[in-house]
Design a protein around this ligand. Structure first.
Ligand SMILES: *[C@@H]1O[C@H](CO)[C@@H](O)[C@H](O)[C@H]1NC(C)=O
Length: 315
């Protein structure tokens, strides 16, 4: 049982999110920066979702996964950034502990779902490339729906488990929280008789992350092997071009997940951790739609068609 340093004081009901310091000259710049990141991430991902829903050519499991991932990205930036942007604008950095918990739980649900969706995308590409003949039978709308549903079910049950744990804990400070959103994962802000429970959730999260990671790695390896086996270089290029944007997105995301979990072990400075988590949580969602729309013929074709339709509609 840990000592509760704040035991005799009034319980903490409000936190101060330190964010990116309080240098007044930096705030307008940060405000603009995060506003631009937020708007661009939402607009780009929204565009992907609209294209996939509207264009019949994109009604395939691969793009359903992409659209679902974009939905998750929109929700993720919308749980973390608006509050930060607001506090940069007003200078008010307080947040109630209640809101902090809500934000934290949404972040956990969304980032866990994101991890599962990325794995599902890997498996989808693996089946398409390594078992092209059986692909239509193995991966159809129904299977895709199930995979998406399970991504959410696992993430939500994991978060409920986390919720049970945090109900038994008291938040004992410090009141100044050195991050830009309520991410309790890298901190030691709780006290109570919870050691075993917290070890339990740690194991579960490690199992989930490793499971995703191993599945992705296996799928990659098989994809690479079968691409390298193709004799003709045009065939190789064709196989590679159908999955290169996915591979890039999944690689970048997995590398970020790894940094996000490995870096805390080395106890980095809070600033470095914050920058990494901005990159991981908010810049990557920005990159995904760019990767898909610029590198992918089907998506850029759908975009062109949509623009033509819009132009025709206006005349
Ligand atoms: C997410 O996936 C489901 C199941 O495949 C699909 O029906 C749905 O349209 C997808 N969501 C979006 C926003 O495209």
């Amino acid at each position: 049982i840990m000592e509760n340093p704040g035991g005799n004081q009034t319980p903490i009901v409000e936190l101060i999110l330190i964010g990116f310091g309080n240098g007044p000259e930096l705030q307008p710049f940060l405000f603009l920066l995060f506003l631009v990141i937020y708007l661009a991430a939402v607009a780009g991902n929204l565009l992907i979702v609209v294209l996939v829903v509207a264009d019949r050519h994109l009604h395939t499991p691969m793009y359903y996964f992409v659209a679902n991932l974009s939905t998750v990205e929109i929700s993720y930036v919308s749980t973390t950034l608006p509050r930060l942007i607001g506090s940069l604008a007003t200078g008010d950095r307080t947040i109630s502990l209640q809101n902090c918990y809500v934000q934290f739980h949404f972040c956990v649900i969304l980032s866990t779902t994101q991890g599962h969706l990325l794995t599902a995308m890997c498996i989808d590409r693996y089946l398409a490339i390594c078992h092209p003949l059986r692909y239509p039978a193995l991966m159809n709308g129904r299977v895709c729906c199930h995979m998406v549903a399970w991504a959410w079910i696992i993430a939500i049950s994991y978060t409920i488990m986390l919720e049970m744990l945090s109900l038994q804990l008291t938040f004992c400070g410090p009141k100044e929280f050195n991050h830009y959103f309520c991410d309790f994962a890298p901190t030691n802000s709780f006290c109570g008789e919870s050691k075993t429970l917290s070890i339990g959730t740690n194991y579960v999260s490690i199992i989930l992350i490793n499971m995703n990671f191993l599945l992705s790695l296996t799928s990659y390896t098989c994809i690479l092997i079968s691409i390298l086996r193709i004799r003709s270089s045009t065939g190789r290029q064709k196989a590679f071009s159908t999955c290169s944007s996915h591979l890039i997105v999944v690689t970048v995301n997995n590398m970020c997940v790894i940094t996000n979990y490995v870096v805390p072990v080395f106890r980095p400075s809070p600033l470095l951790y914050k920058i990494l988590s901005v990159f991981y949580g908010n810049v990557i969602p920005l990159i995904n739609p760019v990767l898909y729309s610029l590198r992918n013929k089907e998506v850029s074709q759908a975009l062109r068609t949509a623009i033509q339709k819009l132009a025709a509609f206006r005349h």
